[in-house]
Design a protein around this ligand. Structure first.
Ligand code: URA
Length: 410
């Protein structure tokens, strides 16, 4: 295989065969294709796209780069949800324990921050001790015990996605339908699910900016699921403003803890419950009940403890990870909030340190935004529309500068 020729063919709009794709993914996973070449290929795919056959071959090759989960006979149905990526999207932290309160197993393999969107793994790691690196045996034991695990790709499980995901994050190659489909569905197919629901987002804070683009992505994702005998449904959801009231790793975990206590904004709670109902076929009221009764919170505590996290710190996580500067950003005038741009807010959170600029960066758990007001809220001039959590004055000034573009009051 001559990798430069394959990159050039894709760059010029040609097709790669399933054999070539499998070879590329195999060699990349084995460390025999350098990051520079893989990044160039990802950029060629970003510009030229992939046919359905190519996307399907890429998904299968990435799934098969590691092991596929096998479960003992007679175990409960395996269900999961995945989002195409949003700003302030902490749904997984609430949904996984909620579904595990029912007769399901939830083998949730998530990702880190990607582009302007936050990642479930980074959020979970803000809980001291929480271990997202689980072996297959640990995953299975945990499912048997509490019905849920939340972990990342490993050297054994979707290693190709682990490597490619990290490269895409920092090379401007995330918003490619083929790469998103292969990334999400390789993980979900390797989980050997019975049912999957996808939260396909569109808007300024999503990778698909328009509804038609999101519809096309949803069609590709659902086809990949159903072709592989996973009952796959989806919700198309707007991402013009951040979901809930926080953006940033520890801040989002703290907000999820609130939701798990039956509190939380309706956009976040409603979406979580809609996704639970869609994948389970159970009535929405049942999931609301699980939030209000504390059952989902207790399941989350079990999850944190079993994965080594210090559950005692959950309610004070934002004190543990407190940014040195926490400052209100004031409404520029009195009126109604008409824009709270998720794209700008997500990008600014990454610049503050909540996401990565290069693949080896560590994320800053403390920085981000809280108290985010919603579009439609009435505010007086000078009222805080959100709080900036910054590591230093330079970060605070940068956030102030970008937020002027993100927030509009009429
Ligand atoms: N989530 C993933 O796992 N991969 C993507 O490419 C986008 C969202």
């Amino acid at each position: 295989m001559h990798v430069p020729q394959l990159i050039e063919r894709k760059r010029d709009g040609g097709e790669l065969s399933p054999r070539e794709i499998a070879g590329l993914i195999g060699e990349f996973t084995a460390g025999r294709i350098p990051d520079a070449q893989m990044s160039a290929l990802a950029m060629a795919i970003y510009f030229q796209g992939m046919t359905r056959e190519e996307t399907s071959a890429l998904t299968a090759a990435m799934r098969d780069s590691g092991r596929v989960f096998r479960y003992p006979e007679g175990t409960p149905p395996k269900v999961d949800k995945h989002s195409t990526g949003g700003v302030g999207d902490k749904v997984s932290l609430i949904l996984a324990p909620l579904l595990a309160c029912e007769e399901f197993w939830v083998p949730m393999v998530s990702g880190r921050g990607l582009g302007i969107t936050g990642g479930t793994l980074d959020k979970l790691e803000s809980i001291p001790g929480f271990n997202v690196h689980l072996t297959e045996a640990q995953c299975l034991r945990q499912l048997e015990k509490i019905g849920v695990f939340m972990a990342g790709q490993t050297e054994d499980f979707c290693p190709a996605d682990k490597k490619l995901y990290a490269l895409r994050d920092v090379t401007g190659t995330v918003p490619s339908q083929a790469l998103i489909i292969a990334s999400i569905m390789s993980k979900k197919l390797a989980e050997s699910l019975e049912r999957l629901v996808l939260d396909v987002k569109f808007g300024s804070g999503a990778f698909m900016k328009t509804r038609p683009e999101a519809e096309a992505l949803a069609a590709g994702l659902v086809a990949a699921g159903n072709e592989n005998r996973v009952n796959t449904t989806f919700l198309l959801t707007p991402m013009e403003e951040p979901l809930g009231r926080t953006v940033g790793n520890a801040l989002e975990v703290a907000e999820s803890v609130e939701v798990l206590h039956g509190r939380g904004t309706e956009d976040l709670v409603g979406l979580t419950i809609d996704l639970c109902a869609s994948v389970s076929g159970l009535p929405k009221g049942r999931f609301r009940g699980r939030l209000e009764s504390g059952a989902a919170w207790r399941k989350f505590l079990e999850l944190v403890e079993i994965q080594g996290g210090d559950a005692a710190q959950l309610k004070t996580l934002t004190e543990l990870h407190r940014a040195p500067i926490v400052e209100a950003f004031p409404a520029p005038r009195a009126g109604r909030i008409v824009r709270m741009d998720a794209g700008v807010i997500g990008r600014t959170a990454v610049l503050l340190g909540a996401g990565r600029k290069v693949a080896t960066d560590a994320v800053d758990f403390a920085v981000g935004f809280s108290g985010i007001r919603k579009i439609g809220d009435e505010v007086a001039a000078g009222d805080p529309v959100l709080l900036i959590h910054a590591r230093d004055l330079a970060g605070r000034d940068l956030a102030r500068h970008h937020l002027r573009e993100a927030v509009e009051v009429e």
